[in-house]
Design a protein around this ligand. Sequence first.
Ligand SMILES: Nc1ncnc2c1ncn2[C@@H]1O[C@H](COP(=O)(O)OP(=O)(O)OP(=O)(O)O)[C@@H](O)[C@H]1O
Ligand SMILES: O=P(O)(O)OC[C@H]1O[C@H](OP(=O)(O)OP(=O)(O)O)[C@H](O)[C@@H]1O
Length: 208
Amino acid sequence: MAEIIKVAMPKGRIYKKASALFREAGLNIPLDVDDTRKLVIPLPEVGMEFILAKPVDVPTYVEYGVADIGIVGKDVLMEEKRDVYELLDLGIARCRMSVIALPDWKPGIQQRVATKYPNVASQYFREQGQQVEVIKLNGSIELAPLIGLADRIVDMVETGQTLRENGLVEMESIFEITSRLVANRVSYRMKNAEIQQVCDALQKVIGV
Ligand SMILES: Nc1ncnc2c1ncn2[C@@H]1O[C@H](COP(=O)(O)OP(=O)(O)OP(=O)(O)O)[C@@H](O)[C@H]1O
Ligand SMILES: O=P(O)(O)OC[C@H]1O[C@H](OP(=O)(O)OP(=O)(O)O)[C@H](O)[C@@H]1O
């Protein structure tokens, strides 16, 4: 009998797009989970169990093997550096990680950078040979330069609307972001047929 695959699914903006992909791939799963507080959703008819997780925690569940596979943004993978196996670029939730500032920003001696991604930001500025103090925030990062907490921020840009509405400009793009299908290394060997089946079905839908 085929084994059940435990899938760490990010709650929030990725869920809708990811669940639509699963459905297109012929896997009949709920399209919306907004109206439930249930965190573990058994889906025996498709041989899966969904674990509804905070996006940033998905690689942790997968690394520890409590989820066999998961869906997570490249931004989180770059920040968390968990030991997971990246199987597929799903091409959804596309945006980019960028350095952002007020239009009159000038390089100074004591530079502060606010971000939800301290590891990504520290590595980037180290590679650029720029000494900065990185301040970790948890959301509404664009506030930081507006109210004087930081000179620059490192954050995601999709449409650019948040920047425009707050009078900020994108200085440099650091890397492109899309959501990825990741797997636990042991699960990938032990449940290879089942995981590969999901991977192949998704691959067909996204056409890579
Ligand atoms: N503006 C955006 N456009 C496209 N994708 C985005 C955008 N912002 C974030 N993402 C992607 O979606 C993922 C989850 O976004 P975010 O961190 O905002 O969480 P959320 O879905 O709002 O849930 P939570 O607030 O609980 O963390 C990010 O890791 C990133 O890969
Ligand atoms: O270029 P845009 O289309 O405006 O999208 C970019 C915004 O989306 C994300 O914020 P999110 O909605 O996750 O809210 P947050 O500030 O609480 O992280 C990101 O942190 C930017 O603020």
